[in-house]
Design a protein around this ligand. Structure first.
Ligand code: PMT
Length: 424
């Protein structure tokens, strides 16, 4: 398919390089049309090398080809990413004083826009009015997401991840969104963006025996980890799910796929042994299981009985379990992407992220999904909020939704990390 990728003048232009790469690797013909301002962020040689086509911003180049309308006329899809507030205003007004403007007026193809700007600009009445105008004309939007922005601020306005924009573009090309104007965020995921990858996921909570009938455990239902496994499988990955005491009703979400293998484990030691074995063949490891930090030093052979202690409550001696995640990071295979979780009981977002960053430093993972947990959140619930930290501790994404939605968002971030590593 012929895709025109319009790139406008925002810092997120660097992410559009990854998007162009995704389109090219999916077999599309990609014509990049940057604005003059976009070229201040990412230069012409990069766009030409990635798209493998000549690139210009001007309507005065390649005049014999009538390029100012030809690109738009030939396009099967036009994607504008990032789209600044200025670009949205120009599109709404129909301005055509550069190649992107003429291309957008000349095309009858679907148009997909990925806005990127600071929160105040996104929420400004003028911008929202322009968005409504464009949606009224059938233009589809993906994002913006909420997350860290260019300065110290964070909030709605961050451009969606390239993998999300790619997914939305594929959906439009497949004609899956004939009424794209009705929905601001397109949530369909492509079925194959994880094809060729093996994803190892742990889910549930470990149980450390005290005696044959009792254990030390936690409230993890396995829902979050199972959702990650199901989402990865739906997106084409081979999946190995290390299932720590997950109920069959929850496990059912992964279904009966030949591409998914479930390995049941009970204790942290069993989880560690299985993780070490399975890690060897994994491209991506995601540790969503709640692992007991301690186990009982001496497990009683028989049931502890009140009579045996003369009515005095027994004292349990605990010993530390190995840090499985840290061990996987230390012995990681080349090219492996490792994701940890952090479950924290805290009051505010700042403290949550601060603790997350400390955990990130200790674990050395590529991404850390930080979630607040408590009596009514995180564990067992149907929904979750994940803050995804990259290696530098930056919040690259904040995802709030069902556990399946947060799973897909997390997988988008995993793909973004792998793409960035391959390209940069
Ligand atoms: O299962 P649900 O009911 O859906 O709930 C989901 C969840 C809240 C359990 C999940 O979202 C989550 O936060 N999982 C991680 C729970 C946890 O153990 O967090 P932690 O902060 O204690 O551990 C940090 C990381 O180290 C985790 O990736 C954990 O898997 C890993 N770890 C911890 C201890 C240990 N000995 N070895 C480990 O590998």
């Amino acid at each position: 398919m012929n895709i025109v990728l319009g790139v406008t003048g925002g810092i997120a232009a660097y992410k559009a390089v990854l998007l162009a790469r995704l389109f090219v690797e999916a077999g599309h013909e990609v014509h990049v049309v940057p604005t003059a301002d976009a070229l201040r962020f990412v230069g012409l040689p990069t766009w030409e090398a990635i798209s493998r086509h000549p690139v210009t911003s001007s309507v005065h180049d390649d005049v014999p080809e009538v390029r100012h309308v030809a690109l738009g006329q030939r396009a099967d899809l036009v994607v504008v990413a990032p789209a600044t507030a200025n670009t949205l205003a120009r599109m709404a007004a129909g301005l055509a004083d550069d190649l992107l403007g003429t291309t957008l007026l000349a095309t009858t193809a679907p148009v997909l826009v990925a806005p990127a700007m600071h929160t105040e600009m996104w929420q400004h009445a003028a911008t929202q009015h322009n968005v409504e105008t464009l949606r009224g004309r059938g233009i589809a939007f993906v994002g913006p997401d909420s997350g860290r922005l260019t300065g110290d601020d964070s909030g709605p306005g961050r451009m969606s991840e390239p993998t999300q924009i790619f997914a939305a573009a594929q959906s439009l090309l497949a004609g899956r969104h004939p009424h794209a104007s009705e929905s601001q965020i397109i949530v369909d995921q492509p079925t194959s963006d994880l094809a060729g990858l093996t994803v190892l996921v742990s889910a549930g909570g470990t149980r450390e025996p005290i005696d044959p009938v009792r254990y030390l455990g936690n409230r993890s239902s396995g829902r979050q980890g199972v959702a990650i496994a199901a989402a990865a499988a739906a997106r084409g990955a081979q999946v190995v799910l290390l299932s720590a005491n997950v109920d069959a009703s929850v496990l059912g979400e992964v279904g009966e796929r030949s591409t998914t293998r479930v390995v049941p484990v009970g204790t942290a030691a069993e989880l560690e042994a299985a993780a070490r074995t399975e890690a060897a063949g994994a491209d991506v490891i995601i540790m969503a299981a709640a692992v007991a930090d301690y186990r009982v030093a001496e497990v009683s052979e028989g049931k502890l009985r009140k009579e045996d202690t003369g009515g005095t409550p027994p004292t349990l001696q605990l010993v530390e379990n190995p840090d499985i995640l840290r061990g996987l990071v230390v012995s990681r295979a080349p090219g492996q992407t490792i994701v940890g979780f952090a479950a924290e009981t805290v009051e505010g977002e700042d403290e949550l992220l601060e603790r997350g960053r400390r955990k990130l430093a200790r674990k050395g993972v590529d991404l850390l999904a930080v979630n607040a947990v408590g009596w009514i959140e995180g564990f067992e619930s149907a929904g979750n909020t994940l803050y995804i930290l990259d290696r530098t501790g930056e919040v690259v994404r904040r995802i709030n939704g069902t556990k399946r939605e947060t799973a897909d968002g997390l997988l988008d971030s995993v793909l973004a990390v792998r793409l960035a590593r391959d390209i940069l």
